[in-house]
Every structure is written in C-alpha cells, then in structure tokens.
Design a protein around this ligand. Structure first.
Ligand code: FAD
Ligand code: NAP
Length: 522
C-alpha cells in the first residue's frame, strides 16, 4: 500500500467543498473548512466589524457594502458582514457576491435552505433591516410590502396569493369531559397520514398539513395541559383531519389556546422554515465497515411519517454552531414478502449513515450514545408518488449511500404497484466490502422474480467476477433493458452529485424523458 498522507480536511470530494444541488463546486483553500470557520468564530475576533454594536440597516446602507472586501448580505431580515466568511463558503466567493449589498434570502434558500445561517454567521451580525414606516402612500404600498416580505419581516400569512385563498384549510375544535378534538378541513380529497405532522411539547401544539405544494400550520399554546399521547384521525375522501388530545385535568377549556407565530398560516412549503423535534437514539448497528443503521425514536407526542422518496434533516450543535445535514429514512430491513403491505413502524426513524473518517457531522453522530437525543426535522423532498402509478419497469441507479432512497421506493413498487413487471437495482460501489445490504438484496432477488440486482465495482479486487467501472453510457446501455419497447418506465438515480449528473445526462442521451427520470438531490 502507498504511504500517502491522510487527505486534507475536507477532502477534495467532500460535500463541504461542494455547493449543493449540482451547483458550482469550488475547492476551498486548506484551512478553510467548516470546522476552521467554527474555530474563527470562537476566536473572539470582531468579525462583524462594529465592535459588538448592532445597528439598524437601511436599504441604502446595505447597498453600499457590495464588494468582496466589504460585503454585507441580508438573510431573513438580518444583515451580516460576510467578508470574513468569503473563503469559507462552500459555493465560493462568486456565489456569495451574487447577493452582495442585497437581500440574499431567496438565493440562500435555493442553494441550502436548511443551513442555519443565524447560527453559522452569528458573529458576523451587523443588525436588522430597518422597516419602512407603515404610513406609506397607497400607490407604493404593494412594492414596499413585497420588499418587506423578501426581508422576511412580514407574518407568513400575508404571503398568500389570492389564488390560494380558496384552498386554505380551516379548523374548528370541540371538547368532551376528557378530550379536545381539533378538526381541520383541508379540502384535499386524497389526504393521508404522511401529509400530517403533529408535535405537542408540553402545552405547545403544532400541526402541519401538506396540501399540494403548500403547508398549513396550526400552532397554539394550549389553554391547559394535555397527556403525551396524541391521536390522529383522517377521513381521506373528504380531506378532514382530526387531532385528538387527552386533557390532563378534567376541566372545561374556555378556549383552545393562545395562537403562536405561525398559527393558521398557509404558505408555499419551500418557504416554511424547518421544524425539529428531539428524537432518542435507541440502537446503532453495523451495516458495513463504515456504515451504520441508526434507529431514532420519535417523542410519544409526535405524529410523523416520512413519505417514500423524502428525506429529513438532522441537527447537532458542533463546537457551539448548529450544523444541519440531510439523511434519507429507510426500513429497518428489506421485507421479502410483498403480498401484504409492510407494517408501518411509526414510532421510529431508521437511517443508514456512512461515517466518514474526516466527516464533521457523521463523526459527531457516531459519538452519540444510546439514549442521547438529536433534532430531526419534518420530511422534505420533491419525489412525486404519481410517477410510480401504473409503472411497468423500475430502474434504480444507486452509488454508495445513494442506495438509501431506493429502499422504500423498491418496497412500495413491489408491494403496491400491480402493473410492475421488473425492478432492477444497479448498485455502484468501490469494493465488495462497501456493498450495503448485499445479502438482503440477493435474498430478495431469489424470492421475487420481478427483482434483479447488479453490483458494479470501481475498485474491485482481482477475484471480482462481476461488472466493474464507473457510470457511463456504454455500461448503462448494457445493463438497462426494459420489459417491452413502450413499457411505462421510471429511472431513479442517487449518489455523489457528479455521479447523478453524469447518469442523468446519459439517460437523456438515450432518449428518456424528464418524466421518466427522477434524480434524488438535496
Ligand atoms: P463532510 O464534513 O461534509 O465531509 C468530510 C469528509 O467526508 C471528507 O473528508 C470526505 O472524506 C468524506 N466525504 C464526503 N462525501 C464524500 C463522497 N461523496 N465520497 C467520498 N468521500 C466523501 N448520507 C448517508 O450516509 N445516508 C443518507 O441517508 C444520506 N441521505 C442524504 C440525503 C440527501 C438529500 C443529501 C443531499 C445527502 C444525503 N447524505 C446521506 C449525505 C449527508 O447529508 C452528508 O453529506 C454526509 O453524511 C457527510 O457529512 P459529514 O459532515 O460527515 O462530511
Ligand atoms: P462512494 O463510496 O464514494 O462512491 C460510490 C460509487 O460511486 C463508487 O463506485 C464511486 O466510484 C462512484 N462515484 C463517486 N464519485 C463519482 C463520480 N464523480 N462519477 C462517477 N462515479 C462516481 O459514495 P458515498 O461516499 O457512499 O457517497 C454517497 C453520496 O450519495 C454522497 O455524496 C451523498 O451525499 C449522496 N446521497 C444523496 C442522497 C439524496 O437523496 N440526494 C441520499 C443518500 C446519499 P470511484 O471509486 O471511482 O469514486
């Protein structure tokens, strides 16, 4: 073996060196990783440049700070001096400069909506954007409202467009001696349990319902205490959701409670901030030499089911900074019998996570002890289950942990899609030792004749008799055969961003349509 020094942190292909979503990947200079940034923020240096003062920033003032050596950016109403952060930004200086002297909220949300800039940039905080006086002349009020919205200064409800008004859910509540029932009328006919997330922490109740691309939230500080266990009833056909709470004390409530900030709001899902709850680590089992299956238990007072194809965000405080990374929940194992829909384990979230030796987040995860808690967000993602309906051929192209979204998808297709003829997993790994759940996959292929798995290794030993190489047109054309010429096909792809991009390009070159391809990205 070559005696090479360990890779610099982060390594050239680290995700810290790459902006998400297939955007520009800028190699950071040595000493400019997220950990280095955290160290700098702890050094006591005056990073905001105002000697600890916080100021009100006008739009004119913000606009003056638009150069690399003097760059201020407004994110969600707060203004940061990002000049010292330039070299540490994974997307590179040019990406950051796009928002120099301006409101960068939209730009930041497009790239890494989950990144907690409030925490990451807190030492760079200059102050708040100054609000314009409210008594503005009528003809310009709509413009200034728009600007205030961009700055995140208006309550979310005001962001509603007229066209969504008719779709806005409504709610009501009633009580019996022992119960409080909140009824939400969503007007969505195919309502189901995966679209509803409810958390009740002490007296604080938050219910979120996804209606198409929108999110409806109820958020109240309840009038009185309730028991931990909550119940959800869904009348899918009429779009009615009931949240049932057990009163702790048998008393008459005068009101449901005090509305909190997001109460009764209906906004685009992508504009809603992430909501986290604390989950307990209940088990951690080895999958391969570097990958583990983590099982986290949801609080008793949470109702949350992660839909197929969606991910969650995990949040940990590392060296005083909140760091958030996405992970894709899967099943605890690959079910082999597809006659019955698999029983849903709604109390736990299973995550298969590769521990990188230099990984900031995964190293911290690996140090969690059984019983420790971590914050987990509500589900996110843009996979549309309608793509699987009436499907005949399913191809899953996975590299490394890019296998994780394929598990639930495969299970769903084999269990619920009666038209399915073939499901093929083409699984790219470096070595045999890296293959996740190899045994289970081979068992499944033996058990279900619709399913086939092919392992392709980029760094095989000389004993490997299977296919080898990296994703390419020639390799894909050799392994992807549909069951008949015009079959309804779906190809899902997930892995390192360049792998996914290259795969999608090959598929497009083959003539597959956008509708037939789904790439899992952030
Ligand atoms: P970083 O600190 O970002 O990277 C540090 C080290 O990691 C580097 O030095 C390098 O050695 C190594 N590294 C990082 N990426 C690679 C790579 N592609 N190839 C080789 N080395 C690399 N990960 C899972 O394990 N399971 C999941 O279910 C999962 N789901 C995801 C879902 C989405 C939507 C996305 C966008 C990513 C998902 N990831 C998943 C990746 C995960 O979010 C983190 O990026 C990953 O855990 C690395 O985090 P880190 O902070 O430990 O590593
Ligand atoms: P890995 O072990 O580094 O690589 C797995 C296979 O992919 C190897 O054969 C590797 O070949 C190949 N590969 C890597 N980079 C490639 C590239 N640029 N072009 C072509 N092939 C490439 O993978 P990993 O460490 O498990 O990483 C998995 C990735 O999946 C992470 O980046 C993670 O963020 C992503 N992921 C995304 C989601 C999502 O939903 N978006 C979910 C889970 C995981 P080589 O040996 O030649 O490198």
């Amino acid at each position: 073996m070559l005696n090479v020094p360990p890779p610099a942190f982060p390594a050239p292909r680290s995700q810290q060196r790459a902006a998400a979503g297939g955007r520009a990947k800028i190699p950071l200079k040595p000493g400019r990783s997220l950990m280095d940034w955290i160290r700098l923020t702890k050094s006591g240096k005056d990073l905001a440049g105002l000697k600890g003062r916080l100021i009100e920033v006008t739009e004119d003032e913000l606009a003056k700070h638009n150069k690399k050596e003097d760059c201020w950016i407004c994110i969600r109403g707060l203004v940061y001096n990002v000049t010292p952060y330039m070299e540490y930004h994974p997307g590179g200086e040019d990406e950051l400069m796009k928002a120099a002297g301006m409101d960068g909220t939209d730009l930041f949300d497009q790239v890494h909506r989950w990144v907690n800039y409030e925490s990451m940039l807190k030492e760079c905080l200059v102050g708040r954007m100054a609000l314009k006086p409210v008594t503005v002349p009528k003809e310009i009020s709509s413009i200034s409202e728009e600007k205030k919205q961009l700055n995140g200064m208006l309550p979310e409800k005001k962001l509603l467009g007229i066209s969504t008004k008719d779709l806005t859910p409504s709610y009501d509540w009633f009580q019996t001696d022992g119960l409080i029932t909140i009824v939400i009328y969503t007007k969505q006919k195919d309502m189901n349990a995966e679209l509803v997330t409810v958390d009740c922490d002490d007296k604080r109740l938050r219910g979120e319902i996804i209606v198409n691309d929108y999110s409806y939230v109820l958020e109240v500080d309840l009038d009185h205490a309730v028991e931990e266990d909550i119940f959800i009833n869904i009348a899918g056909k009429v779009g009615k959701v009931e949240i049932i709470l057990k009163k702790k004390d048998n008393i008459h409530w005068k009101m449901l409670g005090q509305p909190l900030e997001s109460h009764n709001t209906f906004i685009k899902r992508k504009n809603r901030g992430l909501f986290f709850r604390k989950c307990k680590l209940v088990s951690k089992t080895e999958v391969t030499h570097d990958t583990k299956l983590f099982c986290f238990m949801l609080p008793k007072s949470t109702h949350l089911q992660v839909p197929t194809g969606q991910h969650v965000y995990l949040k940990q405080t590392i060296a005083g900074i909140e760091v958030v990374k996405p992970y894709t929940p899967l099943l605890p194992f690959l079910p082999l019998d597809f006659k019955e829909p698999s029983c849903h384990d709604s109390a736990n979230i299973y995550l298969m996570i590769k521990i990188y030796s230099c990984g900031l987040f995964t190293q911290a995860l690996d140090h969690l002890q059984i019983g420790d808690c971590i914050s987990i967000s509500s589900p996110e993602g843009n996979f549309k289950m309608s793509k699987v309906q009436a499907l005949e051929d399913l191809f899953l192209l996975a590299a490394g942990t890019g296998f994780t979204p394929m598990v639930k998808l495969l299970n769903f297709a084999l269990t619920e899609v009666s038209s399915l003829r073939t499901a093929k997993l083409i699984f790219f790994n470096k070595t045999e030792d890296d293959i996740l759940w190899r045994n289970q996959l081979e068992q499944l292929a033996l058990k279900d004749e619709r399913f086939e798995v092919q392992f392709i290794l980029s760094e095989p030993t000389k004993d490997w008799v299977g296919k080898q190489g990296r994703i390419s047109s020639s390799l894909l054309s050799a392994v992807m055969k549909r069951s008949r010429k015009d079959s309804k096909v779906l190809i899902c792809i997930c892995g390192p961003t360049p792998f996914t991009e290259q795969g999608v390009q090959c598929l497009k070159d083959f003539g597959y349509s956008q509708e037939e391809i789904h790439a899992f990205t952030a």
